[in-house]
Design a protein around this ligand. Structure first.
Ligand code: FAD
Ligand code: DHB
Length: 395
């Protein structure tokens, strides 16, 4: 026996895409149910991205979930590019008419959205199992799942597949409908959170002969650091001492930069890939965020693209319920893909400029140095980086 429920929009996944979508729909009076297979504790502790574009911050603030973000988020008006032992600042505010980015952990955004949803008494189910999608090419799609030991079915008008890169939504689309465009990179990032005050007020993206390194932060007491590593590396090969030695070597400057160490609170390795699946709609199923595309982390675009997708989807759904017209929804994929491909290009460009490629490709190395010198000396080139980094306007 299955217990049946009904809603307007069934949302699979309580990551940034699913939670922001549920929030935007609720503000427009559209009902949704969010189904998440992990526990609340797990999703609130999952350490991932940290950079919010200007438009992402505006969206969260204007829709009433930005209070803590405004209080605790760290507003940055520039970043440093470091190479040849020297730092060069890209001033975002000056180059983009006053725009900035905000450093605020993805799990903090997730916590704020979960709290807002539960306080509003809106449905968000954690720890559901065996999620499967049915009838997605019909006007009455449904989601089957198991919760509290009970088989359940959620009948919907529309399903939003916001279940990330390893979710099930994408697999509900018949073979041959989606085309995947992909690029793999021959390296990965080893990321740590350290209980140490940041060693610089701003993010530092470093190109070094030993490989890329990134200095970021989460608060005045916690530093987030990343190192380029081999994609096959295991964490066991990276004891804390080796990580700090490598960070000191790569971040060193000619004028004696000092990196403050501290206890390592978290450690993880993330692969680097670019993937886009087209189109992002099949019948009444809409894919959003990592379920449809992933970017290498160097451009800090993954979370921001997920938010931009669901902003477009919420607008289309609002028109659908207000007027009965699916015209805006039918443009969902094409509208999102314009921004996604810009984000893909930017992420690929930053990744290619800042990582050390295997082998002794001296020609490639010199091209990278030339590009870095250009980006940090030409106002036109620096503006290209700045306007993409702070994010192009939504819509
Ligand atoms: P997700 O955050 O993946 O959310 C999907 C949700 O769906 C999850 O909660 C998942 O548990 C749930 N789910 C999955 N399967 C099911 C199912 N069958 N049923 C129900 N629920 C399901 N981006 C950056 O910009 N900078 C970074 O440093 C960075 N680091 C990253 C590190 C890692 C390890 C990963 C995986 C990604 C990282 N990203 C980073 C990318 C960024 O975090 C993502 O782009 C962002 O999380 C996308 O949000 P999303 O909601 O689309 O997907
Ligand atoms: C962070 C992550 C990124 O991918 C990036 O490009 C910049 C900062 C971070 O986690 O702080």
């Amino acid at each position: 026996m299955r217990t049946a429920m009904r809603t307007q929009v069934g949302i699979v996944g309580a990551g940034p895409a699913g939670l922001v979508l549920a929030h935007l729909l609720q503000r427009r009076g559209i009902e949704s149910v969010v189904l998440e297979n992990r526990s609340r504790d797990y999703v609130e502790k999952r350490v991932r991205a940290g950079v919010l574009e200007y438009g992402t911050v505006q969206l969260l603030t204007e829709t009433g979930v930005g209070d803590r973000l405004r209080r605790e988020g760290l507003v940055h008006t520039g970043v440093e590019l470091r190479f040849d032992g020297q730092g060069h600042r890209i001033p975002f505010d000056e180059l983009t008419g006053g725009r900035s980015i905000t450093v605020y952990g993805q799990q903090e955004v997730v916590k704020d959205l979960i709290r807002a949803r539960l306080e509003a008494g809106a449905p968000l189910l954690f720890g559901v199992a065996d999620v499967s999608l049915h009838g997605v090419d019909s006007p009455t799609p449904s989601i089957r799942f198991r919760a509290d030991g009970q088989d359940q079915e959620l009948q919907c008008d529309v399903i939003a597949g916001c279940d990330g890169f390893h979710g099930v939504s994408r697999d509900s689309v018949p073979a041959g409908v989606l085309t995947g465009y992909e690029r793999a990179y021959p390296f990965a990032w080893l990321g740590i959170l350290a209980k140490a005050p940041p060693s610089s007020e701003e993010l530092i993206y470093t190109y070094h002969e030993r490989g890329f390194a990134l200095h970021s932060m989460r608060s005045p007491q916690v530093t987030r650091l990343y190192l380029q590593c081999d994609p096959d590396d295991e964490l066991a090969a990276w004891p804390d001492e080796r990580i700090w030695d490598e960070l000191h070597a790569r971040l060193a400057t000619r004028d004696g930069f000092t990196l403050t160490e501290g206890p390592v609170l978290e450690k993880g390795i993330t692969g680097m890939r670019s993937v886009v699946l087209e189109p992002m709609q099949y019948g009444r199923l809409f894919l959003a965020g990592d379920a449809a595309h992933i970017v290498p982390a160097t451009g800090a675009k993954g979370l921001n693209l997920a938010v931009a997708d669901v902003w477009v989807l919420a607008r289309g759904l609002a028109e659908f319920y207000r007027t009965g017209s699916a015209a805006e929804l039918d443009r969902y994929s094409a509208t999102c893909l314009r921004r996604i491909w810009r984000g893909q290009h930017f992420s690929w460009w930053m990744t290619s400029m800042l990582h050390r490629f295997r082998g002794d490709d001296e020609f490639g190395h010199r091209l990278q140095l030339s590009q870095l010198a250009y980006v940090t000396s030409s106002r036109a080139a620096a503006t290209t980086l700045a306007e993409n980094y702070v994010g192009l306007p939504l819509g």
